[in-house]
Design a protein around this ligand. Structure first.
Ligand code: CDP
Length: 211
């Protein structure tokens, strides 16, 4: 069911918070002309609604494209709440169909998240698991948030990253972990451009294999 039956390429990118998944996913999608879905945004959008008082399951079931455009979704309080709603099985279940149909696009698709290679697209021909030390990830996220004018300390960002990783790795359903056949890329001491180049090479090799 998760095979890209139309011959398009599905690229699954997973990894812990702020590891550079989004940057790599966007660059790979742009390089090959594939569509890109940041699946974290789905959980963040559910979280933004629960923070306003809506029931999490209802929020997931009624999610609309416009909900993904709210700029506050990138805020740290929404990220924390996202990792809390993400442990609820009914929330995850409500988001599966949309993610799988996106992955099956004929023109190719890149999805980044926590469970893409393990649960959403176990048959994806290319799977990447992108990691970096918590300190390096927190530095990058701190720079990103500060650049947007969000007032936050490095220590708060580091705490957020560690807490979410712990919650994401220890939940019962779809915990954060590399798929057995995922290629792991540690970007702690690697420029993000090199991670992008490695990802592009992997997709190119797979496309060449297919002829
Ligand atoms: O950008 P960052 O890596 O910090 O987070 P995100 O990808 O936007 O994800 C926010 C939260 O949503 C994560 O901490 C996870 O709890 C949850 N999530 C998930 O459970 N499964 C996914 N496929 C994507 C995100």
């Amino acid at each position: 069911m998760t095979k890209n039956v139309n011959g398009g390429m599905t690229v699954a990118i997973d990894g812990p918070a702020a590891a550079g998944k989004g940057t790599v996913a966007k660059a790979v999608a742009a390089h090959f002309g594939f569509a890109h879905l940041d699946t974290g945004l789905l959980y963040r959008a559910v979280a933004a609604k629960t923070l306003k008082g809506m029931d999490a399951e209802e929020a997931a079931q009624t999610l609309a494209p416009v909900d993904l455009e709210d700029p506050s979704l990138r805020n740290p309080d929404v990220a924390q709440e996202a990792s809390k709603v993400a442990v609820i099985p009914a929330v995850r279940a409500a988001l599966v169909r949309f993610q799988r149909s996106f992955a099956a696009r004929a023109g190719g698709a890149v999805l980044d998240g926590r469970d893409i290679g393990t649960v959403i697209c176990p048959d994806a021909p290319v799977k990447l698991f992108i990691t970096a030390s918590p300190e390096v990830r927190a530095q990058r996220r701190f720079a990103e948030l500060s650049g947007k004018g969000i007032e936050i300390t490095y220590e708060t960002v580091l705490d957020d990253v560690k807490q979410r990783d712990m919650r994401d790795m220890s939940r019962d359903q779809a915990p954060l972990k590399p798929a057995d056949d995922a290629k792991q890329i540690d970007t702690t001491e690697m420029a993000i451009e090199d991670a992008v180049a490695a990802a592009v090479a992997l997709v190119e090799a797979k496309l060449a294999d297919r002829g």
